[in-house]
Structure formats: C-alpha cells, structure tokens
Write a protein that binds this ligand. Sequence first.
Ligand code: TYM
Length: 353
Amino acid sequence: MKDIVVSGIRSTGNLHLGNYYGALCNFVKMQEESNCYFFIADLHALTTHPDPAMLHENVKNILAEYLAAGLDPEKSTIFIQSDVPEISQLYLLMNMHVGIGELMRTASFKDKARKQLHLDTHANESEDAIEKEIISDTSKNRVNAGLLTYPTLMAADILIHKATKVPVGKDQEQHLEMTRRFARRFNSVYGVELFPEPTSYNFGQASIKVPGLDGSGKMGKSEGNCIYLCDEEKVLRKKVMRAVTDEGPQVPNSPKSEPLENLFTLLKIVSTPDVVSYFEEQYNNCSIRYGDLKKQLAEDILKTTTPIRERILDIRSNDEYLRRVVAQGAERARESAARTLAEVRKVMGFKAF
Ligand code: TYM
C-alpha cells in the first residue's frame, strides 16, 4: 500500500524560499512514490486576508507556481481546498470535539491575534491582555473564530484523506501535533480506528526552518523578508546582497552571530557541501569576504528559481490548462473525501431516513 500524503499552502501571496524548501520541493519528490493530495488552502487564507478582489488571483498564482515547480497533475491530486465541501463538513464535525481552551493556547493563534490587536509580542502579561482584548473587541478587525479554529480546519484537510505523512516546515509542527490529538480523541470517543495519526515528513530529516535575510527569525510573508520564486534575477541578487551581516570574525574559530548563522543555514540548503565547507573555512580563518559569500548564495538560489520563474508566466496564462487541472483534482479529492466523511457520519450516528 502506498503512503497517503497531504499538504497545502495558503494563498496569501507568491511562494517564497521558505515555502519551497520547507514544503514544495518535498511535494515534488514525494509524488513519485506516494498517493499525494496537494492543495491550495484558500479557506485558511480567509482567516487573515479576506480581500475578495485578491482571492482568485492569489489562488491562481499558487496553482501556477505549484505546477511550475514540478507538481504533476498526473502523479498528484492537485486541488483547491474550497472546491471540496466535504472538508468544511468534517471541520464542523471535528470542532464538536475540540476545546476552545486548547485552540486559544495554540502558538500561531496567539501570535496572529497579538499582531492583529497590536499587542506587545514580548510582554509577559500579554496572555491575559490578549484574552481581554479578544473578548471585548467589537471592531471590524476583531480576531475571528476562523483564526481560532484554524487547527481544526487543518486537521480536517489531513484526516479527510487519512494521510500518514505531511510534508511541512518546522512552523507547522504544533498544528500537526494537534491533528494527531484530534484523530486520537475521535477514535477513542467512538471506539474506532478510523483516523491514522499523521506525522510531518522530510525524508528522514527534521523539518526545517528557512531563515530570513534580515538578521533574525524565519522567512515569512508577514515578516516582509522574502525571496520569491518569481523574483526577477536582478531583484533577487539585490535582496541577497542586502542581507544583514556583522563586522566579520576577529579571532579564528569564533562563534557566528545570528545574521551569519542565518546566511550559512541558507547556504547549506541551496549550495553543495564543498561550497559550504569552503566558506566555513574562510570564516574560521577570518579571511571571509561576505560579498563573495552573498554572490555565491544568489547564484545558487537562482539555479533553482530561474527555471521555475520561466515556467510560471507560461502556465499562469494558460487558463484552459489550469481549469482542467483543478477540475480533475477536485473530482479525485472529493471522491476520497466523500468516502471518509461517510464513515465519520456513520460512526457519529447520522442515519438516512
Ligand atoms: P503556510 O501557507 O504558512 O506555509 C506553507 C508551507 O511552507 C512552510 N514554510 C516554511 N518552511 C520552512 N521555513 C520557512 N521560513 C517557512 N515558511 C513557510 C510551512 O511550514 C508550510 O509547510 N497551515 C499551513 C497550510 C495548511 C496545511 C494544511 C499544511 C493548511 N492545511 C494541511 C499541511 C496540511 C500554513 O499556514 O502554511
């Protein structure tokens, strides 16, 4: 039996190197040997970006980028989350077994709610402050229930196909842990073995975090520090050359500052081991020139992104092809989703008259 694989990316802008190395490049590899469902999480995008004028364009961008990066509709089921209403139904049913408390304790919820409410991300008292703000906020930009129940929707995405492997970056670990908990709880409440417990997958390696080039933290859309797959060569080189560094090592074998650690992390992801050891050596004997390191880094990123970028434009303008891909994907995804939903409904006690 082939492994069942599910993963998705929110349609909140173009794909960046974090999305690519954290997730998409593994999607492409996994489709060769597994039964894969890859989707565009347009419902999840609504939790923070509900702009109707951009919704479809954003979905189309990610779809074109998926295909340009090598996802093959003949090998994988590629679909749009909102095209599969069974997911929303399972989400509703799963929510009946999920506590508001556990959702409120989710790190990503607290982060996003804090940002939305403009609360201090580091203050200790913000736990309480956040709760008070959420409860009393009646403004148009209030934190919505969709953001709170984000992990339930993600669990529904995964469990509806009974996936066992989920290729994602490190930032999604907690969501996956919750998915496993919800699966276990459902099985135990109804005394069944309906859902397997999925794990994050990165070909035997720990899941990764691609850093930003602004000195700290991860690369992310809301951090504004992204290198995009569709960046023009000139733009990309400029971004890399502007990466934050430090004044350079003063004594041999000194520990690296965070910005430097980040540059080396990226180099390890995109370059060959001999390139990495060359610059490690230069760093350790204090002869390193950061300009050379950055030039090499840009060169090696471009080796991956250039062919993808060239394909994106072509694919994006081929509406007929895109229509066919999503129609076929929706049909296949719905078939699998409907099977699981029917089992869930039966177990929960729904009966036809
Ligand atoms: P999203 O859209 O934020 O990110 C999509 C994927 O990219 C990975 N990623 C990164 N990996 C490494 N380093 C980074 N800097 C970096 N930035 C992003 C994420 O880990 C993710 O794999 N909740 C998900 C979308 C989702 C999903 C699912 C995923 C919805 N349902 C079901 C798997 C299965 C999310 O917000 O990803």
